[in-house]
Design a protein around this ligand. Structure first.
Ligand SMILES: NC(=O)c1ccc[n+]([C@@H]2O[C@H](COP(=O)([O-])OP(=O)(O)OC[C@H]3O[C@@H](n4cnc5c(N)ncnc54)[C@H](O)[C@@H]3O)[C@@H](O)[C@H]2O)c1
Length: 351
């Protein structure tokens, strides 16, 4: 039985909790949030006794009967709280991006090694069923050798999007706490992780990051375009657009994600992620002269969390390294930071 404590019980923690609540191999035994009301509400929903609800992470980490912590905090807190968790002898699963700087990421990886504990960077997009299926098709040679990856991330609106508390948005517009903007840095982690997952680490990146003032002090990092070069004459790009009048189908964030991977023999399209544009199949394969659509794939975005958490529990049991390992999370962070640097300096930079 893996005994898990949640540090940070804000917006995303409900999806994070799903698999722990249904998998008999694990249990949420404690929660911590500086917002006491949120922590109490989550604890009640997850059957955590009120004696195990804390407002300071040190109190939760002092519990002897706790194996692993899920860290779901604003980004600037990932590094210090991870170090505290290793010092307390706990395994760590930390949300993406793992830290704000590579030096912090290095300290986290070193602390995991010193403590002899597992460090997992939680990147659920890699576990989204259409992505898993796409990987299988690529490994089976369906598109030949992948040459390019093109990712489009389109935020819009939806009457069914979930409620985002103001506090959940506020820190994302503060680069000191977020590390960059909400779309290219925070959400961009998912997109760079996909590029890394499908094609490996880029060598060089060139980014133009736009600025859209939503209200005084709230600058959205869009429209933006990031392009990069992989070793071996292969390329990728990410385009980020906010279209306030575009309706997106979702129960979560009102954002459509599209990925197109082109190889020597064919093309793969993954349509959707957080949300989708209605009427498009979740996965399409064009191989040579034939087109195949995968209409019946499960597409609920929450499934990416269910599978990501199940993968962690499997790894905990088997002793295999979980994706992303700390070192892999550092690679994706390297990519993210290089894109930010490129946009600041107006030039291509090595990753
Ligand atoms: N994987 C995904 O798709 C995905 C989606 C959304 C968010 N996230 C990540 O999850 C993390 C949390 O995001 P969120 O949207 O839930 O944010 P949020 O702001 O809704 O939740 C953060 C919570 O942390 C609490 N908190 C802040 N400082 C604290 C402290 N010192 N001690 C204890 N609690 C503290 C806040 O009160 C809040 O409840 C971030 O790292 C974010 O990038 C990932």
């Amino acid at each position: 039985m893996l005994r898990v404590g949640f540090i940070g019980t804000g917006r995303i923690s409900d999806l994070h909790a799903l698999e722990y609540l249904q998998d008999e191999r694990a249990r949420i035994v404690a929660v911590c949030d500086i917002d006491g009301e949120t922590a109490e509400r989550r604890a009640a929903g997850w059957d955590v006794p009120s004696t195990h609800v804390f407002s300071h992470h040190h109190e939760l980490l002092a519990m002897p009967d706790l194996d692993l912590v899920e860290i779901l905090l604003p980004h600037h807190l990932h590094h210090p709280v991870t170090l505290d968790a290793f010092a307390a002898g706990k395994h760590v699963s930390v949300q993406k991006p793992m830290a704000l700087t590579l030096a912090q990421a290095d300290e986290m990886v070193a602390a995991a090694s010193t403590a002899g504990k597992l460090l997992r960077v939680y990147e659920n997009f890699l576990h989204y069923p259409p992505v898993t299926q796409a990987i299988e098709l690529i490994e089976a040679g369906e598109i030949g050798d992948p040459l390019t990856i093109r990712i489009k991330s389109n935020a819009g609106f939806s009457p069914n999007a979930w409620h985002l508390p103001l506090a959940s948005l506020a820190w994302r517009f503060d680069p000191e706490k977020c590390g960059g903007g909400p779309l290219v840095f925070d959400d961009g982690h998912h997109k760079f992780a996909l590029a890394w997952h499908f094609m490996g680490l880029a060598q060089e990146v060139h980014a133009w990051i736009g600025r859209m003032e939503l209200m005084p002090g709230r600058i959205l990092d869009a429209p933006s375009i990031v392009s990069w070069k992989f070793p071996g004459n292969r390329f990728g790009s990410l385009e980020v657009v906010y279209s306030p009048q575009l309706e997106v189908e979702t129960r979560h964030y009102a954002q459509d994600d599209r990925v197109e991977i082109t190889g020597t023999r064919g093309v793969l399209w993954i349509n959707g992620g957080h949300g989708r544009l209605p009427g498009v199949p979740p996965l399409v394969l064009r191989r040579e002269d034939r087109t195949r659509t995968f209409d019946d794939l499960p597409t609920g975005w929450e499934l990416s969390f269910v599978h990501a958490t199940r993968h962690l529990i499997d790894a905990y049991e088997s002793g295999d390294p979980p994706r992303l390992t700390g070192a892999e999370g550092r690679d994706v962070l390297r990519f993210l930071l290089a894109a930010q640097q490129s946009a600041r300096e107006g030039r291509a930079v090595p990753v």
